[in-house]
Every structure is written in structure tokens, then in C-alpha cells.
Design a protein around this ligand. Sequence first.
Ligand SMILES: *[C@@H]1O[C@H](CO)[C@@H](O)[C@H](O)[C@H]1NC(C)=O
Ligand SMILES: *[C@@H]1O[C@H](CO)[C@@H](O)[C@H](O)[C@H]1NC(C)=O
Ligand SMILES: *[C@@H]1O[C@H](CO)[C@@H](O)[C@H](O)[C@H]1NC(C)=O
Length: 392
Amino acid sequence: MASPLKKLILSFLLIFSSSTFNVASSDQPPCRRFKSIISFGDSIADTGNYIHLSSDVNHPPQAAFLPYGETFFRSPSGRYSDGRLIIDFIAEFLGLPYVPPYFGSQNVSFEKGINFAVYGATALDRAFLLAKGIESDFTNVSLSVQLNIFKQILPNLCASSSRDCREILEDSLILMGEIGGNDYNYPFFEGKSINELKDLVPLVIKAISSAIVDLIDLGGKTFLVPGNFPLGCSPAYLTLFKTVEEEEHDPFTGCITWLNEFGQHHNEQLKTELKRLQKLYPHVNIIYADYYNSMYPFFQEPARYGFKNRPLGACCGVGGNYNFTINEECGYEGVSYCQNPSEYVNWDGYHLTEATHQKIAHGLLNGPYATPAFDWSCIGSASVDTEYSFGS
Ligand SMILES: *[C@@H]1O[C@H](CO)[C@@H](O)[C@H](O)[C@H]1NC(C)=O
Ligand SMILES: *[C@@H]1O[C@H](CO)[C@@H](O)[C@H](O)[C@H]1NC(C)=O
Ligand SMILES: *[C@@H]1O[C@H](CO)[C@@H](O)[C@H](O)[C@H]1NC(C)=O
């Protein structure tokens, strides 16, 4: 039965699968002409920095143990997931190697990418947060620290390359985040009020914005800037606020509405700031990555995306209604995990499964969750040499 509908579906599948196959090729696909990825952020993009930085051999980080990494790398890689992160899927899509962590990489070429993202990192500096009574226990490698290291080593990076510094930055996709999530996680979990949290938002946005401006000054041309996730759908937050009234939960998804609104509040402020920057620097592409809206449908229509019904619990973890107990988290001895991580949105209470990362990355790279959208058409990008033309 070759109905027009069936043909349409068939051709859609063909287009879809051919673009998936491109991903496997190690050469950079035509018209995806970023020569490298430069990444700043926290655990969402950490490909191995924290595991190297945490020198405390008596308390190695959770991500040093299985089942972290079990789905894809088959051993712990320092990533906070069962497998690949969003940044890994972006690298695959661009035909670039997985972005090597800056910390602990020996004899690794940073020619095609360098990653400063560190688990636990904040947009605001540790001392600044501490002065507000907010403790960030895990790392002091905040966004400005990451940026300063990058600036310090940049001359060396360029010296070992055939291209000059501005050229390297121009040809890079700069992943600015996700960052800022921890600036909120710490105070929420330390019992700060929602008003104290709201006061942080403009400061966090400012930190992200000035990092972008610094990188523009160095030659950066394309920025992918993610917003926050739906916090109120994460097992850690659902557990922390388990005493909230039933009506504070969205009846349809089970997520905590006011927490999601907080996440969206951050995102609105971030988008406003990015628009302001885009006007100030018209020759630069500043792309907002809508992590929130790319992920929220997974809770609204889980079956449609291959997830289990009401996917609010963590795959790896124990206890409570959401498989989450503080200090009994994934990676610790005796903590169990699910056999089918690809049916779970959430991996360990805070972080996401590879399946979720893959779907988010797809929604960014192929639309509709990047604003403005990437234009990978060879027509669009071939017509300009030094400047990428990205949609509207
Ligand atoms: C780094 O690479 C160089 C040349 O490829 C080699 O001579 C050197 O021994 C390597 N160093 C380490 C620490 O592996
Ligand atoms: C961060 O902490 C490390 C180790 O605790 C310390 O050596 C380093 O100086 C600190 N860096 C900053 C920027 O505070
Ligand atoms: C908790 O994890 C177990 C596997 O360890 C799984 O069978 C169960 O469905 C999970 N619960 C939730 C609420 O996701």
C-alpha cells in the first residue's frame, strides 16, 4: 500500500537515517564546518575534568564508579551519566572527536576541542557565593576561573597550531554552559528562600554574559548558550520538596510547578540578555539552547519518546518515591540501578541518561530547540566564508 502518507513517512525516515549515519563518520561532514568545540560549564558537559581534579583518593567522585558510563563507554569516563552527554552528541554530529577535558589530559591535542566544564561548577565565584552564605562544596573552578585558564593557555594553543588565535576562536562552536544550575542547586539544598534564589538570577545571567563578551573580544563567533532544565521534574528536587502540597504538583506530569517556573524565570532573563548581546554584536551568532522545552515533552508524553510512564524516578538510586536518597546516591556501594536506562529520563537524581541527552541534542541540532536555528544547508553556509548565516 503505497499511500502518499506512507511515502512521506518513508522519505522522512530516509532523511532521518542518512543524517544519523553521517554522525558516525570521522571526517567533518560538509557544511558543519566548525573546526572545534570550546566548552565551559558544569557536570552537564564535564567529560572528565572533575574526576581528575578531585585528588581525594579516599573519596573518589561517584562518577569514578560503575554504573556511570556503562551504556556507552563501558567504564566510568568521568561523565555524570550512563553514557554520552549532549556535548558528545554535538561532537559526533560535527564529525569532531569527543571534546577532551582540559584537566588531566596529557599529550592530547586540543586542536579540535577543549573542555573546561567541571562537575559542581558555578557561574558565580565561590567566594562571592560564600559571602552570601552559600557554600559550594565541590569545586572552585567557576566560570571565571575556567575562562581565565583558557585565556592563559590560549597563546600556547595557538602556537602549537597552524592557525592564529582569532582564527581558532572564529572557527569554533563555543558551548557556554549549561552553567548557573549549581548556583541555584546549592542554595536550594541549603534551605535558602525562593526570594534569595531570585536575587541570584540577574547575577548569574551577568556572569554568563560577561564570559561571552570576553570570548567575543578574543574572536569567538558562534555561541551555543543553554538555559536551565525543568528543575521541578528532577528526582533530587522532587525528593527535597516532597512535603509540598499535592496542588503544587502539575497533575499531568507530576513535576513541581513553582520550581519549573523558577527555571523558566532564569531562562527568560537569559534569553533577554542574549538578545541584547546579539544586537550589540551583530557579526556574532548567539544561539539559545532551550534545554527546558526540549526536555519537558518527555514528561508530558513519555511513550512518544520511548520513555516509561511517569519517568520522574532516577534509573540509578534508591529510596523514596523517586529512587533518590541524599548520601546514598548512584555510584555508592550497594546502590542499584535499572536494567533499561534508555527508558528513564533521569540517571542519578540530578543528571540525565544518555537517551535523554541524545534526544535533547537532536532537538538542538535539527531544531526546533535552538534559537536562532542552526543552518546546516550547504547553500546557506557556502555563500559566506568567514560568517555563518544562521537562520533568522
Ligand atoms: C608525548 O608525545 C611525545 C611525542 O609524540 C612523546 O615523545 C612523549 O613521550 C609523550 N609524553 C607522554 C607523557 O606521554
Ligand atoms: C581552588 O582550590 C585549589 C585546591 O583546593 C587551590 O589550589 C586553588 O588555588 C583554588 N583556586 C582558586 C581560584 O581559588
Ligand atoms: C527505581 O529503580 C529500580 C531499579 O533499581 C526500578 O525498577 C524502579 O522502577 C525505579 N523506580 C522509579 C520510581 O523509577
